[in-house]
Write a protein that binds this ligand. Structure first.
Ligand code: 13P
Length: 258
C-alpha cells in the first residue's frame, strides 16, 4: 500500500489584503511544530495580490509551507486583460494552482474544456494542478454524483501522460458542502474519494490512482478534520472558511496529534 503524505491546503478565496495575509501566516505558523510539517504538507492559497508578500515571508522565515494560486489563464502571455499566467505564478515560487474550483465553474463559467486548458497550462509550466471536482445538490439528489465526478475527472485527466497524471492532486468538493456548514459525512466523503480513485485507475492505471493525493473540501473544521483524515481514501483537506481563522487552521494542520 502506497503511503500518501497528508496534504492540508487553505483556500482563502477573495479574502485578505496582503498585510492581513502576512499576519495570518505568521499566526498559523506560530502554532505549528516541525512534527506538524513532517506529518502533513501544508499550503496556503491566497488571492493573487498576496502571493508576493507570502512568498517573501516563506523565504525570509524559511517556513516549510507551500504556496498555491486560486486560478490561472490557459495561455502563457498575451492580450488577456486582467488575467494571470502560469509563468507569472512560477516566478513567485507558486507550487500549486487550483483548476476548476466549483466557484470558478458556477460563477465564472469555467467549463470542463476551460478547466482542462488551465490544467494543461499548469503542467506545461512545471507546477502542480489541484483539479477540483464535485457535484451540486441537485445532481446528488437525482443520483448523478458519481457520473458528474467521473465526467470532470475524465475531462481533466484523459490523454495526459502517466507522469503528468501522477503529479495531479484531486480535490473532491461537493458543491452543497462548500461554505454551507454542511459537511459530507466522513463515510460519504470517503466513498466519493474512493470512487474518484477508482475512476483515476480507469483513466491512468492503478499505480497512478494509488499514489494520487485526493483531498476532501467542504466545511472542513477543527471538529471534523480528524474523522475525515482518518479515512482510507481521504489524503488531505482543501479548507475554505476555517483557513481564514489562524487558530482553526492551525488545529486542522495539527490533526495528526489531536
Ligand atoms: P469551505 O471550507 O468554506 O466550505 O470551502 C471549501 C472550499 O471551497 C475550499 O476550496
Amino acid at each position: 500500500m502506497t503511503e500518501r503524505q497528508p496534504f492540508i491546503a487553505g483556500n482563502w478565496k477573495m479574502n485578505l489584503d496582503h498585510l492581513e495575509a502576512i499576519q495570518l501566516v505568521q499566526q498559523v505558523t506560530y502554532h505549528l511544530e516541525p512534527e506538524d510539517y513532517r506529518a502533513s504538507e501544508i499550503a496556503v492559497i491566497p488571492p493573487f495580490t498576496a502571493l508576493r508578500s507570502i512568498q517573501t515571508l516563506i523565504e525570509g522565515d524559511r517556513l516549510p509551507i507551500t504556496l498555491g494560486a486560486q486560478d490561472c489563464h490557459w495561455e502563457d502571455s498575451g492580450a488577456y486583460t486582467g488575467a494571470i499566467s502560469v509563468p507569472m505564478l512560477a516566478k513567485l515560487k507558486v507550487s500549486y494552482v487550483l483548476c476548476g474550483h466549483s466557484e470558478r465553474r458556477t460563477l465564472f463559467g469555467d467549463d470542463d474544456e476551460t478547466v482542462r486548458a488551465k490544467l494543461d497550462a499548469v503542467l506545461r509550466g512545471g507546477l502542480t494542478p489541484i483539479l477540483c471536482v464535485g457535484e451540486t445538490l441537485e445532481q446528488r439528489e437525482v443520483g448523478a454524483a458519481e457520473t458528474v465526478v467521473a465526467g470532470q475527472l475524465r475531462a481533466g485527466l484523459n490523454g495526459l501522460t502517466l507522469g503528468e497524471a501522477a503529479s495531479v492532486v484531486v480535490a473532491y468538493e461537493p458543491v452543497w458542502a462548500i461554505g454551507t456548514g454542511r459537511t459530507a459525512s466522513p463515510q460519504d466523503a470517503d466513498a466519493m474519494c474512493a470512487f474518484a480513485r477508482k475512476t483515476v485507475a480507469e483513466i491512468a492505471g492503478d499505480a497512478t490512482a494509488e499514489g494520487m493525493r485526493i483531498q476532501y473540501g467542504g466545511s472542513v473544521k477543527p471538529g471534523n478534520v480528524v474523522d475525515l483524515m482518518s479515512r482510507e481514501d481521504i489524503d488531505g483537506a482543501l479548507v475554505g472558511g476555517a483557513s481564514l481563522d489562524a487558530d482553526d487552521f492551525a488545529i486542522i494542520c495539527r490533526h495528526h496529534r489531536l
